[in-house]
Design a protein around this ligand. Structure first.
Ligand code: FAD
Length: 353
């Protein structure tokens, strides 16, 4: 059995960028359960690439191919406050992507020096040689060993569970439904509705589909989602029959104890480490930035964890700082004054073509 220097679990933005940026003096296995097949696992996501993620990719000279973009690109968000019955529009500079194609593009950009493996990691053990991982695909099991382990396996990380079973981060259940878009015009919206969630919901038009989703308390997520759909139908949203429904956990860190960067020779990057914005749930940029930071830490010295923590201290501080924005967005009384003030809003005349 080949012994690798590094085994990476998860080839989303964090895992792919880490493997891509890591020096080729390390032998690496990158394992992901996704594939190009129609029935592959697809990460439920709004697929909006924020300016910070765009900046991180540009630092690597990576330009987004047209095949990853969807139609249309939308430059404003319609913010709907159901508590105060106010609607405002704000400018946004997101790139509207096909999330699965985006992930597959990043994965395909990882160099040939990395052994890319398709399968689901089902078992992790610590041995005298490092870590032994078992992964399976279509009923066939394989095992690999590596000196270092990297968990890039997202919100429900099994690597994090293995390293730190008692780790706790605030979490929500995120539900998204896809519909054939029958709304008069494509749009992007952001919905606040404290009766159903203390987080938020969104809708986005993509290539003829209309996606509606939100992050809800884990206990009654589905009920809250259905209640919100009813309220939004009354506000003019056109849903129809869902084409597909998807769901997953999403983390929402409240303080620095809700990040976990690793232990010994094992490290966590991206949402597996809790690195996601608590105000907007935007996590692609943090995944990319932390993946790049860990790759640099590997090249810089022996105490990789210490270097990695130092390199991500700004990112973690920024994410925790975003909690200060939370009352302005999520407290319905403060939000009323912010939205009523018209600060930073743009006027959109929806009747004009
Ligand atoms: C509904 C929803 C909408 C969102 N919308 C946005 C958005 O518009 N913009 C934004 O920036 N962020 C958004 N986020 C957050 C964002 O999706 C995540 O924070 C981001 O994907 C984290 O990247 P990652 O690489 O850390 O993890 P992930 O993208 O979750 O990647 C983890 C990878 O690990 C693989 N994996 C997991 N377990 C195993 C296993 N056992 N074996 C093998 N492989 C495994 C998966 O296949 C996956 O490829 C959204 C989140 C949700 C839930």
């Amino acid at each position: 059995m080949k012994i690798y220097d590094v085994a990476v679990v998860g080839g989303g933005p964090a895992g792919s960028l880490f493997a891509k940026c890591l020096s080729d003096k390390f032998s690496v296995a990158l394992i992901d359960k996704k594939s190009d097949s129609e029935n592959s696992f697809k990460k439920p996501c709004g697929g909006l690439l924020a300016p910070e993620g765009q900046k991180a990719l540009s630092k690597l000279g990576m330009n987004l191919p047209k095949s990853v973009l969807v139609d249309p690109q939308i430059f404003s968000v319609k913010t709907i406050d159901l508590d105060n019955d106010i609607i405002r529009h704000y400018q946004r500079m997101y790139i509207n992507c096909d999330r699965h194609k985006f992930d597959r593009w990043l994965f395909s950009s990882v160099g040939e020096n990395v052994d890319k493996k398709e399968g689901t990691v089902t078992k992790i053990e610590e041995t005298e040689n490092g870590f032994t991982l078992t992964y399976s695909k279509d009923g066939n099991e394989e095992t690999i060993t590596a000196k270092y382990l990297v968990g890039a396996d997202g919100a429900k990380s099994s690597v994090r569970k293995f390293l730190n079973p008692r780790f706790k981060c605030r979490k929500y259940i995120s539900i998204q439904q896809w519909f054939y878009d029958k709304n008069p015009k494509p749009f992007y919206s952001c919905i606040f509705d404290s009766k159903n969630t203390d987080c938020y919901s969104w809708s986005i038009s993509k290539d003829g589909y209309f996606i509606f989703g939100g992050a809800y308390p884990v206990e009654n997520g589905r009920e809250a989602f259905d209640n919100q759909k009813k309220k939004l139908t009354e506000k003019g949203f056109v849903f129809g029959e869902p084409v597909k429904t998807e769901g997953c956990l999403v983390l929402r860190p409240q303080n620095s104890r809700q990040f976990f960067m690793g232990k010994g020779n094992a490290f966590l990057i991206g949402e597996a480490a809790g690195l996601i914005s608590p105000s907007s749930l935007e996590g692609i940029s943090s995944a990319i930035i932390s993946g790049m930071a860990l790759a640099e830490a590997f090249s810089e010295g022996k105490n990789i964890l210490k270097i990695y923590k130092r390199k991500t201290s700004n990112l973690r501080r920024k994410l925790i700082f975003k909690n200060l924005k939370v009352p302005f967005m999520y407290n319905k009384f403060i939000r009323f004054f912010v939205m009523k003030s018209g600060l930073l809003t743009i006027e959109v005349n929806e009747d004009k073509v």
